[in-house]
Design a protein around this ligand. Structure first.
Ligand code: F6P
Length: 327
C-alpha cells in the first residue's frame, strides 16, 4: 500500500440504516472534490473477499440521497471473521490499488474493520451507521433518527386503536443490545412504560406500573419493549400479564424491520453528509484507525481502541423523564 491516498474504497456492512446512501454520496462526492478516485465495494466484507468492486464517481451517486437502504448492499460476512477471508479481501484491495477504506456500519462492521486494520494497516475510517445508536464516540449514528421517527409514527397509530378498545399493547421495537429507539420512541409516543436491555426493571415492577394504571382508571396502556429486553420480549411479557390477570385486553405489535427502511429524515441526511465529508477530509489529514462522530454538534475522530466494544449509555435524564411522565 502506498502512503499517499489516491483511491478510496467505500462499503456498507451489517444492518442497513436509512441515511447510508446519503453517506455513500458524501464520500464519493468528497473524493471527487479532492481529486481522489472512489470505488464502491458491494455487500460489505463479502464483496471485498470476492473482489466485487466498481467505480463510484460523483454522478454515480446522484438521486440516492433520499433513498432508504443502501445502493452498495450489505451483508454480515462469516468468511471475513477468518484469517483466510481477510487475506482474500486484502489481496483484492491490492489488486484494485485501493489505498484507504471508509466503512459505513455498526458494531459488527467496526469489529471487522478493527481486526483488519490491526493485521494489514490499511488506512481506515468508520462512519457509524446503525439504527441502534449504540456506539460511543458519537452522540448519534446514521439511521437512528429515522428509525425512531418510524417507531413513533407506528405508536401513534396503535394508540388510536388502543384507546378505542381500552386495550393494553406491547409494542416491540428494534435494539438487540440497545434501548435507544425504545426509550425515545417511548417518551415521544407517551408509553406507560419502556422496557430496555440497559435497565434492571423486573416483571413485578412492570406489572405494578400497569396495575397502577388500573387503580387510577387508566383504561389503555402502551408498553414499548426493546427487542433485547432482559425480562422477555413483547410476546412473552404479554403472556405473563395475561396469566396473572384477566383485567387486561392485550395485543402485541412487533415493528421489526419496518424501522430499518424508508426515506431518511433531514437529520440523518445532514448527519450522513457531514460524516461522509469528515471521513475523506480526515483521511487526507492523516486520520486513520478512527471513527467519525458528532459530539455536541462538532465533528470528532476517536481512535478504534477508545470506542470499540463500548456501549453507548442511555442518559439518565431520558430514563427519569420516561418514568415521571408515565404516571
Ligand atoms: O443492528 C441493527 C439491527 O436492526 C438491530 O436493532 C436488530 O437487533 C438487528 O439489526 C436485526 O438484524 P437482522 O436484520 O440481521 O435480523
Amino acid at each position: 500500500m502506498s502512503n499517499k491516498i489516491l483511491k478510496v474504497g467505500v462499503f456498507t456492512s451489517g444492518g442497513d440504516a436509512p441515511g447510508m446512501n446519503a453517506a455513500i454520496r458524501a464520500v464519493a462526492r468528497s473524493c471527487a472534490y479532492y481529486k481522489l478516485e472512489c470505488v464502491g465495494i458491494m455487500r460489505g466484507y463479502e464483496g471485498m473477499i470476492e473482489g466485487d468492486i466498481a467505480p463510484l464517481d460523483a454522478r454515480a451517486v446522484g438521486n440516492i440521497l433520499q433513498r432508504g437502504g443502501t445502493v452498495l448492499k450489505s451483508a454480515r460476512s462469516k468468511e471475513f471473521r477468518t484469517p483466510e477471508g481477510r487475506k482474500k479481501a486484502y489481496d483484492h484491495l491490492q489488486k484494485h490499488n485501493i489505498d484507504a477504506l471508509v466503512a459505513i456500519g455498526g458494531d459488527g462492521t467496526f469489529t471487522g474493520l478493527h481486526k483488519f486494520y490491526e493485521e494489514y494497516k490499511v488506512p481506515s475510517i468508520l462512519i457509524p451507521g446503525t439504527i441502534d445508536n449504540d456506539l460511543t464516540g458519537t452522540d448519534y449514528t446514521i439511521g437512528y433518527d429515522t428509525a425512531t421517527n418510524t417507531a413513533v409514527e407506528a405508536i401513534d397509530k396503535i394508540r388510536d386503536t388502543a384507546m378505542s378498545h381500552n386495550r393494553l399493547f406491547f409494542i416491540e421495537v428494534m435494539g438487540r443490545h440497545s434501548g435507544y429507539i425504545a426509550i425515545h420512541a417511548g417518551i415521544a409516543g407517551g408509553a406507560a412504560s419502556v422496557v430496555i436491555p440497559e435497565e434492571t426493571m423486573s416483571f413485578e415492577d412492570l406489572y405494578k406500573i400497569l396495575g397502577e394504571g388500573e387503580d387510577t382508571s387508566k383504561k389503555s396502556n402502551l408498553v414499548v419493549v426493546a427487542e433485547g429486553s432482559k425480562i422477555g420480549d413483547a410476546h412473552a411479557l404479554a403472556r405473563k400479564v395475561a396469566e396473572r390477570s384477566s383485567y387486561f385486553d392485550i395485543k402485541v405489535t412487533v415493528l421489526g424491520h419496518l424501522q430499518r427502511g424508508g426515506s431518511p429524515t433531514y437529520f440523518d441526511r445532514v448527519l450522513a453528509s457531514r460524516m461522509g465529508v469528515a471521513a475523506i477530509e480526515g483521511l487526507l489529514k492523516g486520520e486513520n484507525g478512527v471513527m467519525v462522530g458528532v459530539k455536541d454538534n462538532n465533528m470528532v475522530y476517536s481512535s478504534f481502541e477508545t470506542v470499540i466494544g463500548k456501549h453507548h449509555e442511555i442518559d439518565a435524564e431520558s430514563m427519569r423523564i420516561a418514568k415521571i411522565l408515565s404516571i
